[in-house]
Structures are given as C-alpha cells and as structure tokens.
Design a protein around this ligand. Structure first.
Ligand code: G3H
Length: 546
C-alpha cells in the first residue's frame, strides 16, 4: 500500500514549553527532595545517597531542551532494605502481631482512615503523575479516582467475605469455621505506567488481609507516594507498612535472601521476576502474584465495522502512548479491508494531539524511560529494513523524550516488533488471509493475556471465541483490551501472569483458607459456645460486620 494522503505532519511535532508557559493547574514547587523512608513506624531521615528524578517533560532553556528536575529520593543500601524486612517480620511476629490478629472490623476502620486521608492528596498526586511519568491530567485523575474506588470496593468486599464466613459448618460430625488468614510478609513492587493504581491493587489487599508489607515504589512515579507516607505511618501499626527506595538490583536480592518474604507481588517483566524468585532460599514458602508482559493482538475480520475497529484499535494501542500491559501491540487486519482500515487509522492517529500532560485534548506525551525512544527507533528501523513502511508522516520522529507514533505495515514474523513487547507508540499492522494465521500467532506466543476481535457475523466470531478462550484470559468483542472494571478478573496465561487479580480475587491471593475444626462432642460444644458467647476470639467468631 502506498502512503496515505492524510495531512503531512512535520517531523518535530511536539512543542516543549518555557518555564513561564506552565499553567497554574500544573505547577508544583519543584524540585521536591524527599529525604525520608518509612521503616518500623518511623519516617526516618536518610543520610546516604539520593537519586535525581527527571521528568519526561523537557523545558526550553538557553542550553537547549532539558528534562525538568522533579526532585530526588533516597537510594537505600542493602542493609537498610533488610531492616525494612525485619521490621515487617517483627510486626507480623509469626502471626501473633497486633495487625494479623486484629479483627477484620478494626483493619477495615484503619483502611478507611487511610483512604479518607488519601483523598485529600488528590491534586498533589495528580500533578506528580503528570510530571513524573507524563500521564495526561485526565488519565492521572482517572488513575487516582480508580485507586480510591478500588480501596472502598476492597473494604466492602472484605466485609462481605467476612460475613459469609461468620457461620460454622458441620460435615460428617465435624464442625468447622473457615476463614481467610494472612500469609505473612509481602514484598509489593509496582510498575511505572500505573505507579499508584497497579501498585495499590496488590498493596491494599495485602495490608487489609492482615499481612505486613515492604513496598518498593516503581522505577518512575516515586515521589507521588511521598504525600501518602505519613498516612501509612499514622493509620497502621508500627512495621505493618515499610516503604523502601533504591536500585532493584542492589536491594531486592538481599531482601529475598533473608527468606522472610512470604508473598512476592510484582508487576514487571518475567525475566526480572524469575531472577528475584530464584533468590529466595525456600521456594515453596514464597507465593507469587505477578503481572508480566503481554502482546495483545487485535483481529479485524472482513465484516468488521471499520469505524468502530479503528477507534478501538487506536485507543487500545495509543492510550498513554501504548505504555499499558493491556495495550493492543499488534493488529491483524484481513487483507480484504486492510487498505481502508489503514487509511482510516492514520487519519484518526493524525488527530491525536502531541503535547504536555496538562494540555487540554492532548493525546500523545513524552516518555519517562530515557532509552525508550532509541529502543523504539531500533524496532522501527529493523521493520523498515525487512520490508515494512512507516505509514504516517513523521512516524518515528524523535525529540529528546518524545517519540512520534510509527505505524508499520506490512509486518511479518522476521521482524523484532512481531515478538517484542514495544510498550510504546509503535503500531505494527499485519495483513492476514485466514484466521488460522492470528490464531497460530497467539498459540506460539510466550504471552496469553487478552485479545480483541472485531466482526459482525456471530458464527464467525464464535469460531474465534471458542479457541481463544483457551489461549488467553479475556476475549474482547468489538472493543479494545483493558484491565477494568476492577471487579472483573485480571490475569494471563504463560509468561503474562501468575495468579488472578480483581477486587475479590486479590483478597484471596493474599490470604489462605484456614479452619478451626472440632468433633461434635459435648465438651467441644461447650468450649466453643463459651468462646463465641464471650466474644473471646477474633477468628472463632460469628459476629457480623455491617
Ligand atoms: O499496564 C497494565 C494495566 O493493568 C492496564 O490497565 O487496561 O486499565 O489500562 P488498563
């Protein structure tokens, strides 16, 4: 296919601001030097080295374009990181600590105070999301609000679970009360693309189920946790939440080698997850909750509603510049409609406005990872060398932290972008003749998170739905891939995930069903009646939380 005749875009499509161009609603007093970390119930001053946080947003200065300095945060030594594990370990105290033995009602009350405090920090966190990772204001607000809602939903869900478990069962002459108990010490590490939401999607359920935690913020989006540190300190007992900062390679190994981590909650790459897991001396003790890579494809059938398919594929591949694990990362389009699809896709892409995160209607923003533009360029160059064309004018143009989206066509199996998870604004389009082609692609892939299928004929769609549900974990019909709503299961096959997350499932993965059982003997009944009537136990209890 020849290049489309859509409007020509100049190579340099983004305009970085001067200091005085920053609007009032994006201003922050920068740089923010965070000098404390949270350990053993104390916001402790760090005396060691610090890391400088640079924004994806560059500013024009006399020296040219420069990334804005957002601030700095501590870089802990391995000794300090291990101290955080000891703090969480001591707070758990072999299950005898204050937090793991507290009633669910009291844990929910602590979480409520935390989230109410968090809501007061919305604007500060939203602005830091814009400055630290280049997320648009709209998406940053969505991330914050979604996280707050997730916390409220989690509290309600736990109350529901607790109510369901408030009764005793009797089978084969044995009474039992079955409840969910915590697992121990959890290490929670989140990703930079959702440094608040995805991190809290494991951190909050881990805490509320009675575990104690060591929490390491993501690679980028670190300072936005600072406004919440005092809330963690204030609303949870000493040692329940410990927040550490530093170079993963330096501090995570020593943490694992202590053998004191019971749950490893991590969103990142399978390569790193495998390295970290191997460092634990007791593999069976370590439970993993992992969100890993994905290469979600779209399959656009000949009878698809092209307007809808284009809109969903564009949003699916370009929201937050393609930096979502659920992003559509390869588009299979039937050869009979691919020319029309490409033309409409490029026209729609050209309407996305590059700009600063705080600008109204902005659709594409600079990238936080320093080496990302160069990596994306490698992918594009490789594909072009092997026969693909960049369909959109200016596609692949780079300016400091900015990479202008590149639509590649036709993409084939010998190109790196066929397999590699680009996690950025590169959109490979593959023409296909038979649906067996995308099906084979998914079957052979290392990943198995989600897929989007576009078409109208129910019979043809079912021919895809039925095999696809055995290859991935969510089949999206005429809609892009996504994690939400958060009450739905979020998971994956192969190297895409370990364990299922949702408001309900996360409570399960951070706990284990535990039973108190007794034979139907007068002595036992008398003991248990005494415990229940006297409200003597936090576990063996028929109390209802309203
Ligand atoms: O990065 C992966 C996120 O879980 C995606 O979530 O589909 O809501 O953007 P989302």
């Amino acid at each position: 296919m020849s290049k489309t005749d859509t409007k020509i875009r100049p190579a340099e499509t983004i305009v970085f601001p001067h200091k005085e161009d920053i609007p009032e609603n994006a201003r922050l007093k920068l740089p923010i030097h965070q000098t404390v970390w949270l350990v053993n119930g104390e916001l402790r001053e760090w005396k060691g080295p610090f890391n400088t946080v640079l924004s994806p947003v560059c500013m024009k200065s006399a020296k040219g374009l420069e990334r804005v300095e957002v601030g700095s945060h501590p870089m802990l030594t391995k000794e300090a990181a291990v101290e955080a594990v000891e703090s969480a370990f001591n707070a758990y105290a072999g299950g005898r600590g204050l937090w793991p033995t507290l009633t669910v009602k009291k844990r929910v009350e602590s979480m409520l105070l935390f989230v109410q405090g968090m809501e007061q920090k919305r604007e500060e966190v939203v602005r830091l999301l814009m400055w630290e990772i280049g997320k648009t204001r709209k998406d940053a607000e969505k991330e914050f609000d979604r996280t707050v809602q997730y916390i409220y939903d989690t509290m309600e869900e736990l109350k529901d679970v607790n109510r369901e478990n408030a009764q005793l069962q009797k089978e084969e002459g044995i009474y039992a009360q079955i409840r969910r108990s915590p697992l121990g010490v959890a290490l929670c590490m989140g990703p930079y693309n959702y440094p608040l939401n995805e991190t809290f999607a494991t951190l909050i359920p881990a805490i509320i189920m009675g575990n104690t935690v060591v929490f390491k913020p993501a690679r980028f989006g670190v300072l936005l946790i600072q406004p919440l540190l005092e809330l963690f300190r204030e609303h949870f007992p000493k040692g329940v939440v410990n927040v550490i900062y530093g170079e993963g390679k330096e501090i995570i190994g020593p943490i694992m080698e202590t053998g004191k981590i019971d749950v490893f909650a991590f969103i990142g790459t399978s390569r790193v997850a495998n390295i970290i897991k191997r460092q634990h001396p007791k593999p069976n003790r370590l439970k993993s909750v992992l969100g890993l890579e994905a290469k979600n494809p779209a399959i656009v059938l000949p009878d698809a509603d092209i307007d809808n398919a284009v809109a969903e594929c564009l949003s699916g591949s370009m929201s937050f510049n393609g930096q979502r694990c659920t992003a559509l990362k390869i588009l299979f389009v039937h050869e009979s409609i691919v020319a029309k699809f490409n033309e409409q896709f490029i026209a729609a892409l050209n309407k996305l406005q590059p700009g600063m995160p705080w600008e109204d209607k902005v659709g594409i923003t600079p990238l936080p990872e320093k080496d990302k533009p160069a990596y994306l360029k490698e992918l594009v160059d490789d594909a072009v060398q092997k026969g693909a064309t960049i369909l959109n004018e200016g596609g692949g143009a780079m300016q400091e932290s900015y990479f202008h989206p590149a639509v590649l066509y036709p993409v084939s199996s010998d190109m790196r972008v066929w397999e590699e998870e680009q996690f950025g604004p590169v959109i490979p389009i593959v023409p296909f003749r038979s649906v067996s082609e995308p099906l084979e692609y998914i079957d052979e892939s290392n990943y198995g998170q989600q897929v989007s299928i576009f078409g109208k004929d129910p019979n043809r769609l079912v021919e895809l739905i039925d095999p696809l549900v055995n290859l991935v974990c969510r089949v999206n019909l005429n809609s892009q891939c996504q994690r939400g709503p958060d009450v739905y299961p979020f998971n994956g096959r192969k190297d895409s995930a370990v364990a299922t997350l949702s408001v309900h499932d996360a409570l399960r993965v951070f706990s284990i069903r535990t039973t108190v059982a007794f034979k139907d003997l007068p002595m036992n009944k008398q003991i248990v009646t005494n415990v229940l009537e006297g409200r003597k136990s936090n576990f063996l209890s028929t109390d209802y939380i309203l």
